[in-house]
Design a protein around this ligand. Structure first.
Ligand SMILES: Nc1ncnc2c1ncn2[C@@H]1O[C@H](COP(=O)(O)OP(=O)(O)OP(=O)(O)O)[C@@H](O)[C@H]1O
Ligand SMILES: [Mg+2]
Length: 223
């Protein structure tokens, strides 16, 4: 695939618009490959393994690595995740569920940043432990969620999106389905957790906070 792109690049060296489009195509293919291998891995782990406590700092570190490759293309800076405390093990879950959660929150943030038309988009993940719960906060400096929508964003088919995918080129953008947050909430609910839109830290406009029960001692023994 990338060999074919190389050939295309050589084709019209003087045509700037053409070169730009091919470059974008190449970046999209590389990003897509990174994501596919990330999801493939998560899904194969899902098939072979039982539910197990998820060590959130490892989960987040892996995801951070994948999205860091993507940010140049999206003009977004992903800050180094903030990790508060150690032993951040959630109740037993599938690791692929975390891939789903993080990817949904990430694409929402990219779209929000794009809507806000920022020159310098920012995303920041914070994790830690508080009152026996493991939490994850996903922050961005996008266009924000107005007060009246803070609960509605979790309803199925609630969407303000015009672009479902950040891979889409401007001319073939499609509508969001409004299912992303609903899917994330269903996963969190299934494990007795909570998800809500909370106040963002200075410099950020949106903060989606997830809380999940910590793994019990017995659950940790089977790890
Ligand atoms: N980080 C965010 N910043 C601003 N608005 C957000 C953010 N996350 C979600 N929203 C709002 O919540 C709506 C619902 O999000 P959800 O992920 O369910 O759907 P979507 O992204 O529009 O479509 P889909 O995820 O199905 O492709 C979004 O359309 C947007 O209005
Ligand atoms: Mg979404």
């Amino acid at each position: 695939m990338l060999a074919s792109i190389k050939l295309l690049i050589k084709k019209f060296p003087e045509d700037e618009l053409y070169q730009d489009k091919i470059k974008r195509l190449k970046e999209n293919i590389i990003t897509l490959r990174t994501y596919t291998s990330y999801f493939d891995k998560a899904i194969s782990e899902n098939i072979t393994r039982e539910l197990e406590p998820q060590e959130l700092d490892l989960v987040v570190a892996k995801f951070f690595k994948v999205i860091s490759l993507d940010t140049g293309m999206n003009k977004v800076t992903v800050q180094e995740p903030e990790v508060n405390g150690g032993d951040l093990f959630t109740v037993p879950m599938h690791s692929s569920e975390w891939a789903t959660i993080l990817f949904n929150l990430y694409t929402n943030s990219l779209k929000a940043i794009k809507r806000a038309d920022h020159k310098e988009g920012k995303i920041w993940i914070r994790i830690g432990k508080q009152n026996g719960k493991i939490y994850l906060e996903f922050l961005d400096n996008g266009d924000g969620i107005p007060e009246e929508n803070k609960e509605r964003v979790f309803e199925p088919f609630f969407t303000t999106s015009t672009s479902a995918s950040h891979f889409a080129a401007e001319e073939d953008e499609v509508l969001g389905t409004g299912l992303g947050m609903k899917i994330v909430k269903d996963i969190i609910d299934a494990y007795g957790g909570e998800i809500e839109v909370v106040d963002a830290h200075p410099g950020y406009s949106t903060n989606i906070r997830i809380e999940l029960p910590e793994a019990s001692e017995i659950e940790m023994e089977n790890l």
